[in-house]
Design a protein around this ligand. Sequence first.
Ligand code: PHE
Length: 485
Amino acid sequence: MENGKRASWSGQLAFVIAAAASAIGLGNLWRFPYLAAQYGGGIFIAIYLVLVVTLGFTLMVTEIAVGRKTQQAPLTAYSLLHRKWGFVGFLGTIIPVLITPYYCVIGGWVLYYLKAYAQIAFTGVDVLGEGAANSGAFFSSFISAPFAPFGYGLVFILACAAVIVLGVKNGIEKSNMIMMPVLFVMAIAISLYVVFLPGSGDGLKYYLVPNLDCVTGPDGRFSIALLGKTILGAMGQMFYSLSLAMGIMITYGSYMKKTDSIEKCVRRIEVFDTLIALIAGLMIIPVVYMFAVKTGTDVHDAMNAGPGLMFITLPKVFATLGAVGPWIGMGFFLLVAFAAATSAISLFEACVASACDMLKIERKAATFFTTALIMFLSVFSALGYGAWGHVKLHVFPNDGGMQFLDFFDFITNSVLMPVVAIATCIFVGWVMGPRAVIDECEAGGCKMKAKGVYTVMVKYLAPALMVALLISEVCRALGIGGWKI
Ligand code: PHE
């Protein structure tokens, strides 16, 4: 609420940019390139694209329509549509409350690296040490420090809170207008630099050319099980990358004008998000490939995902680029910081908007309480690799245990998010009926083109695929079924 009236975007473009800013995040940068490299390059990319325009489209249209129709954030949106289905909104609100703290802790790691690279670039002091040869030790000594990970996370949280308190137009929209163009320009500049580096050709081939190894069993024959794993891998990535089932698209949809076309907006968001994922691959894969060849490492082993890629491998790679290395490193971490910030802001907003709508309080008060809660919860993830490193959380008695950050990640990404998506599809497909969403899409007078695809997807295919994803994610996290990735 802003001045008693529901806030709204200043226009269709502002909404598309905000939703794309949420979608473009760490998932695009540290997970997509790795999955594409491990799952057969072009094959993975093709499967990913098909899933984005079908399943991703369906889920995103649904969430945005629920938000716009109810003019509510997730916590109250579902109960307004149907008294008995309010629990979906409740689950959908717990997700951002659990993700925001650990996402901000990772944002803090990125700030720490940004500072380190700025120091190297501007002062020449080699803080990473010996051409980043010890980047592994540098990273682990940081994340296990008693206070630093919390301190940097706190800076990140407060920066997001400062944007949120300013509101939808003055805070979120304006900050996106600065961060998103910088992110795009940086990504294009770094990827062009990498693509034109002498010797990048083999890495590009490795990334883009379809490689059947990912669907070939040890006996050299086509394996349907491996194809299934590739599809599920692409599906999990797409689901996360489009910021689905996190309450975000419902919240952002609730600020959308009735006259704007949901269908067109979703198509544009998909294009932006996929483009940055593809560009991230161009930035990262060729240099990691060249680095692996130079150091005699197996390419598959060098191409890791997540924190290992971003905070350990890439600094080593940047160190091989000579005098431009620190500048590329600084540009890269600035890009990552912006990508993480715009995603964290959207998560934060889902929490704040839910508090505003449920408790009927002003944005300032809701931001204050939400920030306090997020700060408190972030302590667990920030200290989980250091002072509280001995604490292990179990899902099953003998699963080996997980650190706080991994545990929150597992509960949200692998369990709650697919469950919320399944419940949403069943509710919309069978209780409320797809017609309600189609009508909402056509409220502004524009016809929805993909009505048929939408109806079939939301009723049958999407819930079935989401159940498969839920099962596979749980098996993967618990090490059942020999998942490689
Ligand atoms: N879509 C984001 C990404 O790719 C995921 C995300 C969004 C995570 C918002 C947290 C908050 O990283």
